[in-house]
Ligand binder design. Structure first.
Ligand code: CDP
Length: 245
């Protein structure tokens, strides 16, 4: 199905260098979707580094919207007001740091309260719609690694490689625990596991863009894999789709 004109092929990329082709569809995208704390962010960032691709942390946009709503005392059940918040986000991503209205909020958006609020407001279809354009803008040459819940199903349906990352709830709770403690937040395994199961249920059962593997996605269970093994697997799959295209 993929051929000379597929954004996955090395022949295509070679051709891109010698032509003025700038169509967004021609820029390769690898989507990495999966449930909370499945390791998507870490794996996606390392794959992006290895390929020198751009990186979209779409969850950060939902977290920024949540943080902005919380600090602005916006009612979390007021969909219209939340759409305004999402539409007015003044965010920048620089060297792994996230800024909102010029303030470095890299730490603040990682708080569990912000994550849980993000998961709640992400269920509003109009809030999701308000963030679509912003996400599409991350598709820049030479390529993009997009991490989230609906990257392969909704935002980049023509991605050349779609990965769905999973891990057992226990493995994910343990990772989230270490991540939070490492960032100086307090955390409790029992509460984390409960939050994680609730968040999974909300993400998987919402009416719009529910969390599920995209058609044709490669499933990767990372419960017993090291980060490097997971990254290598994605790179191997990308190498394979690039060659076979
Ligand atoms: O760190 P964690 O995997 O829990 O979450 P995240 O990727 O930072 O995203 C925060 C929340 O935003 C998630 O719990 C999802 O409900 C929501 N989200 C979404 O609905 N769609 C996306 N593409 C990304 C995140």
């Amino acid at each position: 199905m993929q051929g000379w004109n597929s954004p996955c092929t090395s022949s295509f990329r070679l051709r891109l260098q010698f032509s003025a082709m700038t169509s967004l569809d021609s820029i390769p995208v690898i989507t990495i979707d999966g449930p909370t704390a499945s390791g998507k962010g870490t794996v996606a960032q390392l794959v992006a580094d290895a390929l020198h691709f751009h990186y979209l942390d779409s969850g950060a946009l939902y977290r920024l919207t949540a943080l902005s709503a919380l600090t602005g005392n916006v009612a979390l059940d007021d969909e219209t007001a939340l759409v305004d918040v999402a539409g007015a986000l003044k965010s920048t991503f620089q060297g792994g740091e996230v800024f909102l209205n010029g303030d470095n909020v890299s730490m603040a958006i990682r708080a569990e309260k912000v994550g849980n609020t993000a998961s709640k407001i992400a269920a509003f279809p109009a809030v999701r719609q308000a963030l679509v354009e912003l996400q599409l803008r991350f598709r820049e040459a030479p390529g993009l690694i997009a991490d989230g819940r609906d990257m392969g199903t909704v935002i980049f349906p023509n991605a050349c490689l779609k990965v769905f990352l999973t891990a057992s709830a226990e493995a994910r709770a343990e990772r989230r625990y270490k991540q939070l403690i490492g960032k100086g937040f307090s955390a409790n395994m029992h509460d984390l596991l409960k939050d994680l199961n609730e968040r999974d249920a909300r993400d998987a059962n919402r009416a719009v863009a529910p969390l599920k593997p995209a058609e044709g996605a490669y499933l990767l269970d990372t419960s017993y894999l090291t980060v490097n093994q997971a990254v290598q697997q994605v790179l191997d799959w990308y190498g394979a789709v690039s060659k076979s295209a």
